[in-house]
Write a protein that binds this ligand. Structure first.
Ligand SMILES: [Zn+2]
Length: 160
């Protein structure tokens, strides 16, 4: 395993690097079950899952993440990004033992806010945005920086 489960100060559970990674290296392949928007909303309303157990897959589908994949926390100063193949890749060199976190806002298109996101952030980074919202809550500068690194999926950057 490239990462493993730990208790985290960001949220109750997180995942840390099991070894050193160099910038650009794949840290984790996100896996799960592709479900429709309605199925996702149903599970959420029945409280069978949390909002962050999902990843937006495309305009009409979600990926219901497997147990490992859903343990990665959000950070406003992430050390990994999510590429178009749903892989978390190192945005910087990462040391063994560091918590692996990505910016959830890069994964939520402009048509998803309301019930799904807008949760309070506890990432503790100096540039914390306090609220985790959809992609349009990021500054233009941040969006350009993520885009340049390939850390915004194509179907989401197409909306911008
Ligand atoms: Zn934050």
């Amino acid at each position: 395993m490239k990462t493993h489960k730990v208790s985290s100060t960001i949220n109750s559970i997180g995942r840390t690097a099991s070894r050193n990674f160099i910038s650009g290296e794949i840290v984790h392949q996100m896996n799960g079950t592709i479900i429709t928007e309605n199925e996702a909303e149903d599970l959420f309303v029945r409280r069978e899952v949390d909002g962050d157990d999902f990843l937006n897959y495309d305009d009409t589908h979600f990926l219901l993440l497997d147990e490992d994949s859903r343990q990665f926390n959000h950070s406003c100063s992430p050390n990994v990004g999510l590429n178009d193949d749903l892989q978390l890749f190192a945005l910087t060199d990462i040391k063994k033992g560091e918590e692996i976190a990505y910016d959830y806002s890069t994964t939520v298109g402009i048509d998803y806010d309301e019930w799904f996101m807008d949760t309070e952030c506890n990432c503790q980074s100096t540039n914390c945005r306090k609220i985790i919202g959809c992609i349009s809550t990021l500054s233009e500068e941040t969006i350009i920086s993520y885009k340049t690194k390939g850390a915004i999926r194509k179907y989401i950057s197409d909306q911008l």
